[in-house]
Design a protein around this ligand. Sequence first.
Ligand code: UD1
Ligand code: UDP
Length: 364
Amino acid sequence: MLLVMGTRPEVIKTAPVISALKKTPGLHPILIGTGQHRSLLDQMLHSFSLSLDENMRLMRPGQSPTDILSKGITRLTACFQHRRPALVLVQGDTTSALAGALAAFHLKIPVGHIEAGLRSGDLSQPFPEEMNRSVIDDIARLHFAPTQNNARTLIREGAAKSSVFITGNTVVDSVKTLLKKKLAIRNPKARQFSTGAGRKILLTAHRRESFGVPLQNIFGAISDLVKTHEDLRILYPIHPNPEVHRAAKRRLTHPRITLCDPLDYFDFLKTAQAADLIMSDSGGVQEEAPTLKTPIVVLRNITERGELIARNGWGKLSGTNRTKIVRDASSFLKRRKKTNRAPNPFGDGRSGPRIAAIIKRWLS
Ligand code: UD1
Ligand code: UDP
């Protein structure tokens, strides 16, 4: 069987499946990278000690999803024709995942979708991920749904009940595995942030639908928060997308806001654990926050991870309105930290072995 991955979150979330597949007798996972990301992909492969069987190195500075999709389908089609896998596994909602599913579909190779059934219900946010994941789910013969809610969505949309398995989200496995490592934080800025006094916010923001005014509002709110909370420090590992980079450098200039390069996975998790609050528009970070027991302000108008908001206390959906972001973040900063004991809605850390066992049964 063959796994396609192109970006940072796909490596993080397929790593537990790869590890379980490698331990399953008779299964031989082949790892194919589209190279939609370059530095971020390499950094994450290193975090999980993984190496690719083939890397297409598709990334170009300032690329569009169309660039990646068209090149991805062409290159993956040739790869699948050559390798003839019994099953292609894709994860999540990226352009690489869509390219993998479409290429496999046209060659009549069955597709398994890790993290199936997430929906915001709005094709424009997250853009273009909402379309990607719903097309992948239409194509997939195996749906690995993280939660009961995701499974219900798939069945409501017409997926065969026998194709849907509730597995938990594999990101919980990854968090638990990495945090077992007895390492020190390597990035000096992240180390200083995590061990220093005062209240701390870890920020990530990179969504395409936020470019322009929404991102300016988010950065405006961050500046307001740091000015109104004298002991507050903020760390922002900036996504290398040039659009995000430019905006962050121009607008986040306060001395208690530290900008840094993307962190390796261990450093990021330790920093997120040390923070009083996370503010993020990322998908994976929304699932990691309750796993790490750190509250999160979600910088999106709508989320496909409704479980986070429904289980009151783990997170607030604050959108991109400057005033609302400041109000929601301030209310979290006032509370005594890490008092929430509600169960993690996203999984128990055993999703990888569950998925490998289902695949083994299905193939035989
Ligand atoms: C993509 C995913 C998004 C995911 C994000 C993870 C799609 C449609 N979106 O976002 O779901 O949250 O990746 O980070 O697939 N760049 C580098 N080095 C890297 C990676 C990116 O320089 O290692 C820069 C390049 O200029 C690149 C740009 O960032 O062109 C955008 O990368 P891209 O993968 O297209 O990002 P998104 O589509 O925004
Ligand atoms: N992450 C990381 N280092 C960073 C920022 C994020 O390791 O500097 C991890 C984070 O823990 C999460 C994943 O990257 O698991 C999220 O990736 P991203 O936000 O790029 O994509 P998304 O989850 O939004 O698709």
